[in-house]
Design a protein around this ligand. Sequence first.
Ligand code: SF4
Length: 377
Amino acid sequence: MTLPGRFLPWLRDTLLRMFPHATRPGLRRIGRPGPDAPVLLTGNFTLTVARLERVLAGRDAWLLVADSHGINVWCAAGGGHLTHHDVIAVIRSSGIGERVAHRRLWLPQLAATGVERRVVEARTGWRADWGPARLEDLPAFLDRGERVARRERTMRFPPWERLEMALVWAAPTTLVAAAALVPLVGIAAALAGALSIGLVIFGIFAALPRLPVEGPRRWLTYAGGALLAGGLAAGADALLGGSGHAGWLLGAATLAMLALSVDLAGTTPWYASTINSAGNRFDLVLDRERCTGAADCVRVCPRDVLRMDGRERKVRIAEPEACIRCGACVVQCPEDALFFRFADGRVAPPAQVRATRMNMLGRRAVPVPTDEAPRSS
Ligand code: SF4
């Protein structure tokens, strides 16, 4: 395929990632699947389904596409748009039961914030398990005899994908900034400023996750980015024969944009969100008395925070600072041994997290009463 033939579809797909984009839910064939072929599930975000069909080309599998409202699996599950009800509905309505001789379903690990695996099993009779976190790992997972390697449970965000995300954010922001600034500073300065904003977004995404986005030092990220954008814009404006004053205006615009960008966590649970954390921070707590070592939480954690303690046959929180409070472990624990606790002592019990999707996405919107009985840790 020619370079434009590859580049243009990639550019279209990358820019479309910002927007929900639904394909038809139901059953699809990959290759020529027989009654023993594996059954994989995903959401009905068009780009996810297309990527899955691409990475699995040359293999035979059944693909169940659940209705996630055209949103990618992680965001849909975290926001309550992909739940066990959607999984049960597609199992029952697709006719997959008549096509296969087994009852084993592979769920995407990142659906664990919204899909209660045990409810799917109890209501359908299918055995549901978690596949790898990233669909790119599915071929290796299948070749290995449907086993997930530990590293495949952890979400990775390599530099190339960070730059893709930067493009997703930078393209519309740059266009809007340019359009808004033209009447204020003229075409040349507006274009220079918009370009600098785009460059700063690229820089931020390339540098993350090393930049401080939580705690008092997060302002260094914002202020540094704004000053950099202002300086870039002023320099470019001066080179183009302008006054250079436009740079400070653009710096202020960039500061506002950065605040929104770093709050990206609110829509993609990767970074701790600044807006979410403002006076509303909670932490994961493990009640070791309740833990029976089922390890469901270990299998769904996308940050390798939880580990089995081999001697005690119980789970421990091994890397608390890596926790992004996605809530997947709380939702999946069969013993309700994990829960969230706020700094002021309020507790968000597992039932509330399950019912409201009160993960890092929902905590700004879900009220937690102050009279909740404290629990041991
Ligand atoms: S809340 Fe934290 S420990 Fe639990 S699954 Fe999410 S990242 Fe892992």
